[in-house]
Design a protein around this ligand. Structure first.
Ligand SMILES: [Zn+2]
Length: 482
């Protein structure tokens, strides 16, 4: 069974994300016969985590951008808090993919394509699509699909997850994944059923309303999406294949809206900044620069501040730091305050040579926006870039007291230790990052490397030993449970 499972994990990786062999050690739980017993939340989470790790490692469209990710999690978090199950853990992540799509995976992992973020006309529309996905998760639709199967194997489950994920942008890959599944289970389940869609709409509507967004955001967007499918050239069909849309669904949405009071909800500045940032990543940097210059010259920007920020991102992509700094200084002069602007401004200053000024500015911003996690990463990165790993390490240790679950902070801490030549501490920090991402064998491996590395003092070594014993015990417990 273990071997069969390994093969399944391997083919998942191969089908999903190219044919490279699976490097990360797979550590999925055995499922056995899930029918009756049901798919536990813990198992669901582990599967989600595993797929997420694969995405981080191999999916070329995965967008490792803490600012956009932070925005999605802030917006998503606000919606989750208004959902029927606010305690359920969620994780939203961006993909740089022009297809209009968002998809929920096992365990509350929700992928959001840049194509969707750029296609919506306001923040309530984006919130509407996310609320619908959140509802699929809180109502445990994926788990319920699984439970309908008489006999469920890990292989078919993973194949289904792969199919769902692959379906996000490429129909052919999805088809291949389904064809490759050993059980026929995946075939029929590529999309959610109409009942599940209706339920996700209904719950999604309640979430949207309770979170304070314009509930009309849901129908206006879906209606536009449906209209768009009539034209040949569009990016909509993938989403519609996994979330079948029909006239009834839209009229149901509209019926619910009639009863809701009119509510005008202004978009947040971050919403516009994130859109500008994504827009500035499209095409060549010079094309992006031209796009924003034209937009500003013709006064066609929905939000001038966002267009200016987009221009600065395009300039930064070309390493035109001085110009980028100028554009951002103008924005700041007009008292436009946002963590995304502060971070890029500091980065521009450091890169054009004012290291002290840029760092001081970012440090001050971290204090002013204590919840803006991307500023924290940005400050640590700039300290490392400026050759100040001691300061970076102290800062990261301090931040980890507040955010002990943050894997990115541990990755940065590992870099800081590496720059200081502290190999044992470097691997210790890596172990924590792996542990937080659910990669127990990799975490143990890092601690074993840390044990053998030179340079650790007695206390550090005993801390490493203790942590290693703890994680090994955990591994034994999990092995027993299987
Ligand atoms: Zn749906």
């Amino acid at each position: 069974m273990r071997i069969a499972h390994r093969l399944a994990a391997l083919s998942l990786a191969a089908l999903l994300l190219g044919s490279a062999p699976l490097a990360a050690q797979s550590d999925l739980p055995e499922l056995g016969d899930a029918a009756g017993a049901g798919l536990s939340l813990g198992t669901e989470r582990r599967i989600g985590q595993e797929i997420m790790n694969e995405i981080r490692l191999r999916e070329p469209s995965y967008l490792d951008d803490p600012e956009i990710e932070a925005y999605l999690n802030q917006l998503g978090g606000r919606l989750v808090a208004a959902s029927p199950d606010p305690g359920l853990g969620f994780y939203f992540f961006p993909l740089l993919d022009p297809m209009i799509n968002a998809f929920a995976m096992f365990g509350g992992y929700i992928g959001v394509n840049s194509g969707l973020i750029l296609a919506v006309q306001n923040e309530s529309e984006l919130a509407g699509v996310l609320a619908h996905e959140i509802a699929h998760v809180t109502q445990r639709h994926l788990a319920r699909i699984i439970e309908k199967q008489k006999q469920i194997s890990t292989a078919s489950l993973l194949a289904m997850a792969a199919a769902l994920l692959a379906a996000r942008s490429n129909a052919d890959v999805a088809g291949a994944a389904v064809a490759g599944a050993s059980a026929g289970a995946a075939q029929a389940q590529l999309g959610f059923s109409r009942d599940f869609e209706r339920e996700a709409d209904r719950i999604g509507f309640q979430i949207l309303d309770k979170a304070g967004f314009d509930v009309r955001g849901m129908s206006t967007f879906f209606e536009r999406l449906q209209r768009a499918t009539r034209s040949y050239e569009n990016n909509a069909p993938v989403y519609l294949r996994t979330h079948p849309l029909n006239i009834e669904r839209i009229s149901d949405m509209q019926n619910r809206e009639v009863a809701a009071p009119y509510r005008q909800v202004p978009d947040s500045l971050d919403f516009h900044l994130v859109r500008a940032r994504l827009q500035a990543m499209r095409g060549t940097p010079a094309e992006a620069e031209r796009y924003f210059r034209t937009l500003l010259a013709e006064q066609k920007a929905a939000r001038v501040e966002a267009a200016q920020y987009g221009l600065a991102v395009a300039l930064a992509r070309q390493k035109h730091w001085r110009e980028a700094e100028q554009v951002l200084a103008e924005l700041r002069g007009a008292r436009v305050a946002a963590p995304m602007i502060e971070r890029l401004y500091a980065e521009a200053r450091v890169n054009r040579g004012d290291v002290t000024g840029g760092l001081a500015l970012l440090k001050e911003s971290v204090g002013r926006f204590p919840d803006a996690i991307a500023l924290v990463y940005g400050y640590a990165e700039l300290l490392l870039q400026a050759g100040r790993p001691d300061e970076a390490q102290r800062f990261l240790d301090q931040q980890l007291q507040r955010r002990p679950q943050d894997d990115r902070l541990y990755l940065l801490l590992a870099k800081a230790h590496a720059a200081r030549g502290r190999v044992a501490q470097q691997h210790r920090a890596l172990a924590e990052a792996y542990w937080l991402r659910g990669q127990l064998p990799a975490a143990i491996e890092q601690l074993e490397i840390a044990q053998k590395a030179k340079g650790a003092d007695f206390y550090e070594l005993s801390a490493i030993d203790a942590r290693l014993r703890q994680l090994k015990r955990r591994q034994q417990e999990e092995a027993k449970r299987k």
